[in-house]
Design a protein around this ligand. Structure first.
Ligand code: NAD
Ligand code: UDP
Length: 334
């Protein structure tokens, strides 16, 4: 029996596959390579010395997806495949609703048809309305952009599927801010365009690709005025999927868990820690706030600890060092 990983050549998917293979799972990957490169497959093999199947398939293509379910004995699905840029989703909402929601509907229909009823789904802290951190799974929900709406809607769709038939086992994982890379430096976040996120931007400044970091506002109501987030190492996030999988392989349910460290760090904290961890200064300038940003967002991950036995193990130093190692070893990405 194999685990089907949609979006498996992407950033979080590739790290999760390494953990799955290391734990002895058989893995089948589906990805249309719209935001990832085929080269990652060799790197995964290099790290794990294990083999797996890969299909270059769009999950919207029902026939191709059905073929995969026919040819392989699939036990459960980890569903990463999604478009994920907030800005792009505002400009191209139809593309986001089609890819993320219709893609998930097709996947669920095919799963149902082949009697595969176990799924771990990638949700996000973006589903929270976001005022009162720490955020628990019961905090108020509300997205402010089409990308976030797709995550909220898919969560609801998956809950409804479970309500209609309790033989499903579904886990919704709400990631906070995944950063870092595999300790080997062989796989990491491959940012081709200008990164939107803080850590890849910092590593690009550090390597000289960009002149300086723009800090989006230093007048928030926080201890140093800059925005506070819950950065969590991607390998810890990856391991969370194995815990979630363990639970649903034994239990029918629809549960939701936050995956974060429970600690918030400001933009300035990250800059100082990066310099501390790598010896490289990050020049920066303060500019206007970024529209849509909240001051503070961090997780209460007690539920993941108590019910899944998961907690983050890597600290900010690991996150900075591993992000930097990936950047240095792969200055042009894969
Ligand atoms: P990513 O873009 O690196 O990986 C997503 C993968 O899905 C890509 O390889 C892409 O080619 C593939 N894909 C997209 N649409 C597809 C389709 N229709 N058919 C087949 N493959 C398709 O993103 P990531 O950072 O690894 O994120 C993985 C998941 O986690 C996504 O669902 C994302 O929304 C969610 N998430 C990410 C973050 C983050 O900060 N990275 C935070 C919260 C949630
Ligand atoms: N940020 C910044 N400059 C950048 C990118 C991000 O100052 O070039 C800030 C952003 O305003 C936020 C924090 O860094 O306070 C984390 O931003 P990111 O986009 O990584 O995560 P998100 O805001 O989606 O949680």
């Amino acid at each position: 029996m194999a685990i089907l990983v949609t979006g498996g050549t992407g950033y979080i998917g590739s790290h999760t596959i390494v953990e799955l293979l290391n734990e002895g799972y058989d893995v089948v990957i589906v990805d249309n390579l719209s935001n990832s490169k085929i080269e990652v497959l060799h790197k995964i093999k290099q790290i794990t010395k294990k083999d797996f199947k890969f299909y270059e398939v769009d999950i919207l293509c029902r026939e191709a997806l059905e073929e995969i379910f026919k040819k392989n004995s699939i036990e459960a699905v980890i569903h990463f495949a999604s478009l994920k840029s907030v800005g792009e989703s505002v400009a191209k909402p139809l593309m986001y609703y089609n890819n993320n929601i219709v893609g998930t509907l097709v996947l669920c229909e095919v799963m149902n048809r082949y009697n595969v009823k176990k799924m771990v789904f990638s949700s996000s802290a973006t589903v929270y309305k976001g005022s009162d951190s720490p955020l628990t799974e019961d905090s108020e929900l509300g997205a402010t952009n089409p990308y976030g709406n797709t995550k909220l809607m898919i969560e609801q769709i998956l809950r409804d599927i479970y309500m209609s038939n309790n033989s499903w086992g579904i886990t919704l994982l709400r990631y906070f801010n995944p950063v870092g890379a595999h300790e080997s430096g062989l796989i990491g976040e491959d940012s081709v365009d200008t990164p939107n996120n803080l850590m890849p931007y910092i590593t690009q400044v550090a390597i000289g690709k960009r002149k300086q970091l723009n800090i989006f506002g230093d007048d928030y109501n926080t201890y140093d005025g800059t925005g506070i987030r819950d950065y969590v190492h991607v390998v810890d996030i990856a391991k969370g999927h194995l815990k979630a999988l363990d639970e649903i392989l034994n239990k029918n349910q629809c549960e939701v868990y936050n995956l974060g460290t429970g600690k918030g760090y400001s933009v300035l904290d990250i800059i100082y820690q990066f310099t501390e961890s790598t010896g490289i200064d990050i020049p920066y300038t303060v500019c206007n706030r970024r529209p849509g940003d909240v001051a503070i967002c961090y997780a209460d991950s007690t539920s993941a600890y108590e019910k899944l036995g998961w907690k983050s193990e890597r600290n900010l130093d690991d996150m900075c060092r591993d992000s930097w190692k990936w950047q240095v070893l792969n200055p042009f990405g894969y």
